[in-house]
Design a protein around this ligand. Sequence first.
Ligand code: SIN
Length: 455
Amino acid sequence: MHLDNPGLLKTRAFIGGVWTDAAAGDQFPVLDPATGVVVDSVADARASDALAAVNAAAAAQASWAATPPRKRARMLEAWHSLIRANESDLAIIMTREQGKPNAEAIGEIRYGAEYVKWFAAEALRVYGETIPPATSNTRIVTIRQPVGVVAAITPWNFPMAMIARKVAPALAAGCTVVCKPAEDTPLSALALAALAEDAGFPAGVFNVLPTSRPAEVGSVLTSSPIVRKLSFTGSTEIGKLLMRQSADTVKRISLELGGNAPFIVFDDADLEAAVTGAMQAKFRNAGQTCICANRIFVHRPVHDEFAKSLAARVGELVVGDGSKTGVQIGPLINGDALEKVDHLVSSAVSAGARVVTGGRRHELGKTFYEPTVIADVAPDWDLATEEVFGPVATLIPFESESDVISMANDTRYGLAAYFYSRDVARAWRVAEALEYGMVGINTGTISNPAAPFGG
Ligand code: SIN
């Protein structure tokens, strides 16, 4: 891989400010999902490396907490500038290990960098409160203190932005961090650590542990009494496990465990805008986002017109290796992901769903899947109840506002929802009736560093 700044390609763990091999000397391969070829091999951290990282973070904690907020902010600003200055290289690394098209990878770097910038500013605004006392000779004042060492376990679908979203606020608040990136995408995390080192963060403030043994490393992070807070993005199953494991040390935890976002198109919507919004909400990162439009509910009177316009746009999407110019849809992350998508679509077709476009593994082979629109899906089929995590737009017709709200809320997920309508009263009513943490009204893009993210 050619990089302008070859120093960004790191293959060792970053512990206590030192690039270090795993104690046991093991390495694991990182694969390019577009070709199946090994991109590089990285240090395979085990429990002893995780302990070393936790201890390094603990050793740095007191002085980092005591570092004046303006100084912390300046380091975050420097990190932000370095990320932006190296965005082309960071995007090349990301495309190679994650598969997303290069233009999208650059978009993610810029999006992630915005978190660093935003929280650099927030470092200066960690305000406390004064509270009126009951007596005249006392005052009540609250101050905010850093919680301590934070463990950040991050996913492969946004190898840079999800680290930025977790790590930047922790560093801004005066917490030190141990980050365990997903085993599919450690190189982006290590490149970020290289830039954090250049930005001047002291040794031990930000540590990165690549590993192919997430359970072993995760259990050190969750059982350690030194780690005070855990932030995790990933599957519900693993999130529950981490929550249980964190109970003994009574950690604070923040979990983002996926979604099953409804995307509702009412008959009073601007249909062209709704199609554009659906393309954005569904096909970003080949459909591998937690906030993806997983179920597209379309009001019966506009259903066929919407399906036809959406299928026309979907049929034009260019599929291929994300490092090639013009590609819009890259491969799925691995063979298991492909199997899951293929199985969900073929089961729906066997049950009577209608493929409007796509609906098969792509002729490129490997883990490529055709961008798909599939209609006449029943809301209780697996295709609509499970997170598809692939380039498949699932259309479900509906008859009335009340019906669609109950179908949309009939899921254990609650991360994101979207709807299109030009009726202002309906906009308020539906936004409040949808039981979701984030609701996009007449937009398919809701991620923003200034907005809370969560369900
Ligand atoms: C996700 O859905 O996994 C994250 C998406 C985002 O931050 O926009």
